[in-house]
Design a protein around this ligand. Structure first.
Ligand SMILES: CC(C)(COP(=O)(O)OP(=O)(O)OC[C@H]1O[C@@H](n2cnc3c(N)ncnc32)[C@H](O)[C@@H]1OP(=O)(O)O)[C@@H](O)C(=O)NCCC(=O)NCCS
Length: 166
């Protein structure tokens, strides 16, 4: 378990009072509930999905680490993979009120440490960051591609063809 202490800028009530306080976030390996996962994902501006899909996704995590402040989920980092040689960082979310305080960096650090404990030597962890977030992962030891060893990453996103979805 890792304890992160950081400044917390919270806006409360109609008068938009700002409380600036030091908060303790505890980061540890843990699978959150599907409801918590969907909430933090949606708060980050990502789409919804059926709760059963969230349950399947979480169950199939190789490692998931959560940050909580007084039991409230404020951050999550998750990787999928074969549990031995190949992993992929699939989600990193920090609640909007807690951003910019290195919580995201700490979550990725704990995630990588946990994966390192599972992995065989020469195992690899891949991530395809959103545009602009490359530096965020480089700070945790990820190396940008293309380079002498790896080509550019490629992504294929399935188009949602369900009725009523644009
Ligand atoms: C990305 C995210 C997890 C970062 O969490 P965070 O706790 O604010 O990040 P940290 O405070 O640990 O940031 C560490 C560094 O990354 C940079 N960084 C953080 N968010 C960034 C962003 N959206 N774009 C570019 N750089 C960013 C910070 O500027 C900081 O670098 P600096 O010290 O040079 O300023 C958070 O913004 C988030 O949940 N975003 C929405 C979901 C998302 O996009 N997830 C990542 C998918 S690849």
């Amino acid at each position: 378990m890792v304890e992160v202490i950081f400044g917390f800028d919270l806006s409360v009530g109609e008068n938009d009072i700002h409380w600036n306080m030091l908060m303790h976030a505890l980061i540890k390996p843990e699978i959150p509930t599907a409801e918590e996962f969907l909430k933090i994902r949606m708060d980050a501006g990502w789409g919804s999905m059926p709760i059963t899909s969230a349950e399947i996704a979480l169950r199939n995590s190789a490692v998931c680490v959560c940050a909580r402040i007084e039991n409230r989920l404020v951050g999550l980092a998750r990787a999928i993979g074969d549990h031995v040689v190949c992993f992929y960082v699939s989600d990193v979310f920090v609640s909007p009120q807690c951003r910019g305080q290195l919580l995201g960096q700490s979550l990725v650090g704990v995630l990588v440490e946990e994966l390192h404990n599972l992995a065989e030597p020469d195992a690899m962890i891949a991530v395809i960051p959103l545009a602009g977030l490359e530096r965020f992962y480089e700070r945790s030891g990820f190396v940008a591609a293309p380079n002498e060893t790896f080509g550019s990453g490629l992504v294929r996103v399935f188009k949602d063809t369900r009725e009523g979805v644009t």
